[in-house]
Design a protein around this ligand. Structure first.
Ligand SMILES: Nc1ncnc2c1ncn2[C@@H]1O[C@H](COP(=O)(O)OP(=O)(O)OP(=O)(O)O)[C@@H](O)[C@H]1O
Ligand SMILES: Cc1ncsc1CCO
Length: 548
């Protein structure tokens, strides 16, 4: 007989010791069930057997009213005594094959896994589900000193579950603000598997209003699952594009060069009308040029790096750029990126020279464990390093060699792996959201002769991503925004395309000017041409190729 199918969406792990003062455990449990908890695990670290059985029995009585199954942490005897749906065991508890013998074929067995090897063993031993963790460090004692997996590490484990039927929840440090980041950031690199749910302790148990806490979490998980479903449907049916990070539905017939140019023009106007503030944590080399190109397209720069300051600024900004060219402000970068996710701001990551040193590679990993970027931009060496490809090497901040044989598939695969828009710069630029690849062929050879042209391109992607979010909010009532799991509202693919197109078209005009004699005059002519650029010029010059 097949075992019952559980809904792992919001998996509450109880912890009576975490209740707020004066809150009754059973009252809190019932409220959380009303809010949308889909599965409950009774975990009692200090109770005697008799007390554990009593707590489990009453928990089951309450959960039965809401048709929510109950699992027991570790204790097979308590499970048998109360007749719950199954057990959850850790790596040092009763071995899974023995537990299976003891509780029979029909009960659910879940296993905690911390790494790929433990996951492989869980599959071999036929666990029904795995609890992947710890995702992020938590205050609770048992996670101190443990290696945290982050969304990335969680995603690597999810790949192993492909075609196994084993379900997965993530656990550890998951709270409402970082939930969208976890769900998107853990989409597995190879098979695009995603989490079946999240295990939550303190966000619900310690809450004074567990109904509301559970319901907020549930809304995000449900909308993420809906978005994944519609993405899968698109892949089967073809034609309609929708991705978890781009809200606009794309129809193949409507998504043409003319449509793109029209939308880029719209965003140019939005920037001039709304002047969004763009916080840029960037390198010392380009800071002044980046601030000037921001002003030239109508946005407003602020180069804030102090952790307290970036935290306070975050709600007010239109987008955030993190460029780690000189890696001076790692803590500020961690806070700025995290708050950009929390406040649903476009977050552009420019991992300058990431492949050049192990320090840079480790810093990129560390930052990506803290936040989920909306767009990752780099030259061939940087994108190659992010994609773990050895085709293009890095020579300091520049790419060495002539580029990838198949740049389109590199950006598409990396976009899927990272659940982000990927921009690969060079004589031709390739941009992908994991479904489409857009090739842009404007630009000037002078861009290779000034420092920080890639950094400025990143700045303009940040400006136009901000414009794309504003444009979306101007056209749609935010209250109607149904996909709560979305990291950012607005079309972020379009933001990236607009940033590159505006930069490269302006560079062509600057390079053609008779007063431009070399990189020095080009540099200031470029700022002027960005300032004077009109939508008509974009439409006359844009060289766009859309590939499906
Ligand atoms: N030979 C070229 N012809 C046309 N456009 C180019 C050329 N090389 C680069 N570009 C443009 O210049 C911008 C920067 O791209 P590039 O790949 O040179 O960045 P980068 O190597 O990261 O630069 P930096 O490290 O100086 O910031 C992009 O918009 C790209 O389209
Ligand atoms: C030259 C240089 N060094 C660190 S960042 C930077 C700017 C170009 O990326």
């Amino acid at each position: 007989m097949p075992r019952i199918q559980l809904d792992y969406s919001i998996y509450l792990v109880t912890g009576r010791e975490l209740l707020p003062p004066g809150k009754d455990y059973y009252e809190s449990l019932e409220e959380s069930l009303q809010g949308g908890v889909t599965l409950v695990q009774v975990r009692e670290k200090n109770a005697d057997t008799g007390e554990f059985i009593e707590v489990a029995r009453r928990t089951k009585q309450i959960c039965d009213k809401y048709n929510v199954p109950v699992l027991i942490n570790d204790r097979i005897d308590v499970h048998l005594a109360v007749g719950t749906a199954g057990i959850h065991i850790g790596q040092t508890d009763c071995p899974l094959p023995l537990a299976r013998q003891l509780i029979g074929p029909d009960a659910i067995i879940g296993l905690s896994v911390r790494n790929l090897n433990e996951c492989k063993r869980a599959i071999e031993q036929k666990a029904d589900y795995i609890g992947i963790g710890t995702v992020w460090r938590t205050e609770s004692k048992d996670t101190k000193g443990r290696k945290c997996l982050g969304p990335d590490g969680t995603g690597e484990i999810l790949d192993l579950l492909h075609d196994t039927g084993v379900q997965a929840v993530a656990i550890g440090g998951i709270h409402l603000p970082n939930l969208p980041q976890l769900l998107h950031g853990s989409i597995s690199p190879k098979y695009s598997n995603s989490l079946d749910g999240i295990a939550i302790i303190s966000d619900i148990v310690s809450s004074k209003n567990p109904r509301e806490s559970a319901s907020n979490l549930r809304e995000i998980v449900d909308s993420f699952k809906r978005a994944r479903k519609s993405l899968n449907q698109y892949q089967v049916k073809g034609g309609v594009f929708d991705s978890p990070f781009v809200i606009e539905h794309r129809n193949k017939n409507e998504f043409t060069n003319d449509y793109l140019i029209k939308r880029v023009e719209d965003l140019m106007n939005v920037l001039k009308d709304e002047t969004p503030l763009i916080n840029q944590l960037t390198n010392k080399v380009v800071m002044n040029d980046s601030a000037n190109v921001t002003l030239a397209v109508g946005a407003s720069p602020i180069m804030s790096t102090n952790p307290r300051d970036v935290y306070d600024l975050s709600p007010a900004i239109g987008a955030c750029l993190i460029n780690f060219g000189t890696i001076d402000d790692k803590e500020g970068m961690q806070v700025a990126g995290r708050q950009a996710n929390v406040n649903k701001k476009p977050l552009i990551f420019d991992p300058v020279a990431v492949g050049a040193t192990s320090f840079r590679r480790e810093t990129a990993q560390e930052l990506l464990a803290h936040w989920q970027p909306t767009v990752i931009k780099g030259n061939a060496a940087e994108i190659g390093a992010m994609a773990e490809s050895s085709e293009v090497a890095s020579r300091g901040v520049d790419a060495a060699g002539s580029g990838f044989k198949d740049p389109g598939s590199i950006v598409k695969q990396l976009a899927k792996k990272r659940a982000a828009i990927i921009v690969l710069t060079g004589p031709e630029d390739y941009i992908s959201d994991g479904n489409l690849v857009i090739k842009l062929s404007n630009g000037s050879h002078y861009l290779e002769k000034i420092t920080g042209s890639g950094c400025q391109a990143g700045t303009l992607i940040a400006c136009f991503s901000a414009a794309s979010k504003i444009d979306y909010l101007n056209k749609n009532n935010e209250e109607l925004f149904e996909n709560k799991s979305q990291l950012v509202q607005g079309d972020m693919l379009l933001g990236a395309i607009a940033g590159i197109l505006v930069y490269t078209v302006a560079s062509e005009i600057a390079a053609e000017r008779s007063d431009v004699k070399g990189p020095g005059t080009f540099r200031s002519a470029l700022i002027d041409e960005l300032y004077n650029l009109t939508p008509e010029t974009i439409s006359q010059r844009a060289k766009i190729e859309i590939r499906y």
